[in-house]
Design a protein around this ligand. Structure first.
Ligand code: ADP
Length: 532
């Protein structure tokens, strides 16, 4: 492209030179009087006759005069006369150069065209191949909210989106802006895909599914193109839902080892999300279980600014899911028992569990699933590929005490949390950008509280403290970078928590029992226990 421009510019320049040279060489016409003056003063040195004109070469320059105005006899006596050659040598050289130039330019253009055509047909081939393998297609979802057990808070939040997809015009008329992106955050198998399908099913709109990994895996250089196509198709079928599963495959923060393909895809995704109107009728839903690894650009306002956390199901939800999957099966099982025994199972794991229990019953040549069928396969599901987290009674007690101590310390040291359950906790992010030393110290205390309680109550250390201890160290490192930390700091925090928990020992045990019963701790539970 660049070459072509340079050649074209030099060609034009050459033309300009030629024209200027020709114009410059073009002699002026003179009158008969002026000719006689030149003749009289013997200024004419040479004369060339060209057709009906006479070219006079003089010391003053070249002039032309009509042949009939000149008496050739008189002129001939004074100056030599030549008859014009058709072209002089310099003109011939110039014309040859021009011709050579033109021919090579035409040849060059021809070659470029051929190259381009080859490239185009190659691209077309790749595109056809890709399209054959991976055409972007929407599906009609039959899933409804009632098919998704539990996750009630998420459903409430998503009802608004369903309504918007059903009546985009209503929102447009009121000038209400809808979120463009909804990020579903939670561990694998908790029903993120299912709930996105349910939104499409409830709203009766087309559902476009793409896994984040598929963007970057098919063909190099195709990720960005697929993103463009996906949005184009979704817009053409709006209102519609785009669902990007495992978005972290594209949306991982761009660290030192950035991957060009992924970056291009991510940039295209950002461009597309910025490019469509809030009320275009396309809602992008995405799922991840690693929000902390996501590129901050994706989480910025106007992109995935609505986030819905989906946790592993609690007892009530597990009951609901088990009932769902047992509905069509003959059984004599008290599902409460199974729900109690399956702490840490995701919805997907519960589905597998029911399936395996049914297979076990068939193996026994029975058409009725019994409790023992569940217990016979519980361990198999646990030990299976999915490595699902589950606890024995003793482990449950240890874990409940650990989490209760953390919850109580968080309440006392004013560290806000969204959720504390038997197996997970989510502390609120800092609301302020400028963090104080005491805020950070309090958070460290909460991360140390569990292991301190283990020593106080069980006189033992356990491995479940590992991730909290790492977080405490991480925060300590962070404080060091602001010159807020000294050697004894972690020890001092530990001592403070210890003093607090020694006073609270009984309350920790009570809260732990409450947690065992309900599987989660609410702020009111803590307040109640503290006030007692
Ligand atoms: P995720 O997208 O969070 O990894 P999925 O939506 O793919 O999880 O869940 C996989 C399967 O597990 C679903 O198709 C469904 O059969 C079952 N499942 C998961 N969560 C639930 C739930 N809350 N209610 C009913 N079924 C569930």
């Amino acid at each position: 492209m660049k070459n072509k421009k340079i050649i074209l510019a030099s060609f034009l320049l050459l033309c300009v030179f030629v024209v200027v040279a020709l114009i410059k060489n073009q002699p002026d016409y003179i009158s008969k009087a002026a000719y006689e003056e030149l003749l009289g003063q013997n200024l004419i040195e040479n004369v060339i006759i060209e057709n009906n004109e006479v070219l006079l070469k003089t010391k003053e320059g070249n002039f032309l005069i009509a042949k009939e105005l000149v008496d050739l006899n008189t002129l001939w006596q004074k100056t030599p006369i030549e008859h014009a050659k058709d072209y002089n040598i310099s003109e011939i050289v110039l014309i040859v150069i021009l011709l050579v130039f033109l021919v090579s330019y035409v040849l060059f253009l021809n070659k470029r065209n051929k190259d381009r055509q080859n490239l185009l047909s190659l691209e077309k081939n790749i595109l056809e191949k890709t399209e054959q393998n991976t055409t972007i297609q929407d599906v009609v979802s039959e899933v409804k909210f009632k098919d998704v057990a539990g996750v009630d808070e998420a459903k409430v939040e998503l009802l608004e989106i369903v309504d918007f997809l059903k009546n985009p015009q209503k929102y447009k008329d009121f000038g209400v802006k809808m979120p463009k992106g909804v990020l579903l955050v939670g561990p694998p198998g908790v029903g993120k895909t299912l709930i996105a399908k349910a939104v499409a099913g409830e709203a009766g709109v087309p559902f476009f599914y793409q896994s984040g990994a598929s963007f970057v895996e098919i063909y190099v250089g195709m990720g960005a193109k697929r993103v463009r196509e996906l949005f184009l198709k979704a817009k053409s079928k709006a209102p519609s839902i785009i669902f990007i599963d495992e978005i972290d495959a594209v949306g991982k923060s761009r660290g030192d080892f950035s991957n060009v393909e992924r970056d291009n895809t991510l940039n295209q995704l950002l461009t597309q999300m910025d490019g469509f109107e809030d009320n275009s009728g396309v809602i992008v839903m995405a799922a991840t279980n690693k929000i902390d690894l996501m590129d901050s650009a994706l989480l910025r306002s106007g992109r995935f600014d609505r986030r819905i956390f989906i946790s592993l199901p609690d007892f009530k939800d597990r009951m609901h899911i088990l009932q769902n999957y047992m509905k069509a099966k003959k059984s004599s099982v008290e599902l409460e028992k199974i729900a109690k025994a399956s702490v840490g199972f995701s919805g997907a794991a519960l589905e597998t569990l029911v399936n395996e229990a049914a297979i076990n019953a068939i193996r026994r040549k029975s058409d009725m699933i019994e409790e023992n069928d569940f217990f016979a396969v519980l361990n198999k599901v646990l030990m299976g590929k999915k490595k699902i987290f589950s606890l024995s009674d003793k482990e449950r007690k240890i874990q409940a005490t650990y989490q209760a101590a953390k919850a109580l310390s968080a309440f006392y040291f004013d560290v806000k949390f969204e959720k504390i359950t038997l197996i997970e906790d989510r502390f609120k992010e800092y609301e302020n950008t400028i963090k104080s030393k005491s805020e950070l110290l309090n958070k460290i205390k909460v991360f140390l509280a569990g292991s301190v309680a283990m020593e106080l109550i069980f006189n033992e250390s356990y491995t479940n403290a590992q991730s909290d201890l790492l977080k405490a160290k991480e925060l300590f490192g962070y404080m060091e970078s602001f010159a807020m930390a000294n050697e004894g700091l972690l020890q001092e925090q530990k001592q403070e928590v210890k003093e607090f928990l020694e006073l609270m020992k009984e309350k920790v045990v009570k809260l732990a029992n409450m947690l065992l019963e309900n599987e989660k701790i609410e702020k009111q539970d803590i307040e109640k226990i503290i006030m007692e």
